[in-house]
Design a protein around this ligand. Structure first.
Ligand code: GAP
Length: 477
């Protein structure tokens, strides 16, 4: 059984089968933006539903859906106007712009690959001590790091480049009308904390969950859906009494790990990465990483953020953001544990993990390669495919009746074209867990076969029981 060691097969399948297309492809595409096709949108929706259920089908967390455009002071309070930037350097000859830290790290990796480990180590040591953009510039010049495009070291100084997209509200495009497309969903939760706490009559510990689009003008948008300019996040801020952050951080790091494994992701492809350098306000932070074909990459961050965000919004808005216990008169600004996961990045991890190529018996002494998406059945874009063996002898009628019954509960495909083996392969490739074949026996005894994607085993069941058999399988953890 082979799994992915490059993204190429996945990209090809994603396009061919309608999971993901390049945005505005007919115009040559727009870098860092992708469109979800008919199957992709279902898989993404199922992942978001799984998250929403895990986070909000409990007594202490409620959901919201805040707007993408927010008051610009929000982003001053959050620090994004000042600090949400990457250090960029331009090559004067090629005019190519690079993230300075990436340029250095890529150069060090090339040195290592050439066996010049002493140079790579010197660079690593210098990088560990970087405090300013000037430090990055000095490393680039001291090691004569060339532009990969022009090969020259004709560099500008290193400058900060803000990653927020800005636009204007209303008809006048001046400084006063600037607003930003949100770079994270979290701030919509912080600014609504008081409204939600009071309207839903909550008291800490409680959480607010949100799923929505975020936008970042990323410089390097490589690796398919991993780093894009428009993406979807699923974030939850858990508001707690100060002093309880240690136990809640531990609780959420366990819960979030368990969620990834509940999606069917192999735990050997996941790892925890505690942050080595914490932000000055943070008490603890840990990423969950997935082993993508290009290496380990963050899929979620769990952050213990103290009362930093609410204090900042209190200061910038002039509004109290406290919890007040009316009985005891105790009052405090809640501390926050944040869980922040990318829906689109998780989509990619789920696809990578499910993608399998395996050699199977071709039936006549030969072997053939079967591509199968071993998706957890509840995540699969199509739950069941209905396949009448031939298009006559009452089979289409029985199949259409079953289709009408099943699609009241599940997404169902209907396929009559080609040999049955080829139809199974088509469904395997898109991860359909159940193929239901209507054959000559169906019209005489009202039974069909259910063929299971992973084992390729078939079972014969009464037509009336098909929905219950599938439903039970979907509910399995
Ligand atoms: N509120 C905290 C926050 O936004 P983050 O680590 O910047 O934290 C959280 O983002 C998650 O959002 C990441 O772990 C990743 O899954 C996803 N994400 C961030 N930037 C992304 C991008 N450019 N493209 C796709 N997903 C992204």
């Amino acid at each position: 059984m082979a799994s992915l060691n490059s993204l190429e097969p996945l990209l090809s399948l994603a396009k061919r089968k309608g999971f993901v297309f390049q945005s505005s492809e007919i115009y040559g595409g727009l870098n860092g933006c992708w469109d979800f096709g008919p199957l992709g949108v279902e898989l993404l929706r199922n992942i978001k539903d799984a998250w929403w259920k895990a986070m909000t089908y409990r007594a202490d967390i409620v959901g919201i859906d805040a707007s993408i455009l927010m008051h610009p002071r929000t982003w001053e309070a959050s620090g994004h106007v000042q600090q949400f930037s990457d250090p960029m350097i331009d090559n004067k000859t090629s005019k190519a712009r690079h993230r300075a830290d990436n340029l250095i790290e890529d150069f060090a990796a090339r040195m290592r690959a050439k066996g010049k480990t002493d140079v790579a180590q010197q660079i690593d040591t210098r990088m560990a001590a970087v405090a300013t953009n000037a430090d990055l510039y000095d490393i680039i010049m001291d090691f004569a790091i060339p532009d990969p495009v022009s090969g020259t070291t004709d560099w500008t100084e290193v400058r900060n480049f803000n990653l927020m997209f800005s636009t204007h509200v209303g008809p006048v495009a001046d400084d006063k009308s600037v607003v930003y497309l949100r770079p994270e969903t979290a701030q919509g939760i912080f600014v609504n904390m008081k409204n939600v706490m009071e309207s839903a009559r909550l008291k800490p510990p409680f959480g607010i969950a949100q799923i929505g689009k975020s936008f970042r003008n990323e410089i390097n948008t490589k690796n398919f859906l991993f780093r894009t300019r428009e993406f979807e996040q699923m974030e939850m801020q858990f508001f707690i009494p100060p002093g309880t952050e240690g136990e809640w951080f531990e609780y959420w790091r366990q819960e979030r790990w368990a969620w990834f494994t509940s999606l069917g992701i192999n735990s050997e492809h996941l790892r925890r990465k505690p942050h080595e350098r914490l932000a000055h306000y943070a008490a603890a932070a840990e990423d969950i990483e997935y082993l993508f074909p290009f290496g380990w990459g963050e899929v979620e961050g769990v952050h213990s953020r103290t009362d930093f965000d609410l204090m900042r919004h209190q200061e910038f808005s002039g509004k109290k953001l406290e919890y007040v216990d009316t009985a005891t008169k105790e009052r405090y600004v809640p501390y926050v544990i944040e869980t922040a996961v990318g829906a689109t990045r998780t989509f990619m991890a789920v696809l990578c993990d499910a993608y399998t190529e395996e050699e199977i018996d071709g039936g006549d002494g030969t072997t053939e390669t079967r591509t199968v998406l071993r998706l957890k059945p509840s995540l699969a874009p199509v739950t069941a495919a209905i396949l009448p063996l031939v298009n006559k002898d009452g089979m289409p009628e029985a199949a259409q009746q079953l289709r009408a019954d099943l699609q009241r509960h599940f997404r169902v495909d209907y396929d009559t074209s080609g040999a049955i083996g080829r139809r199974y392969r088509r469904q395997d490739e898109v991860g359909t867990p159940f193929c239901i074949t209507i054959d000559g026996q169906t019209t005489s005894d009202n039974t069909v076969t259910i063929r299971h994607r992973d084992s390729m085993q078939q079972e014969r069941v009464n037509v009336a029981d098909v929905a219950a058999v599938i439903g039970a399988r979907l509910l399995q953890p």
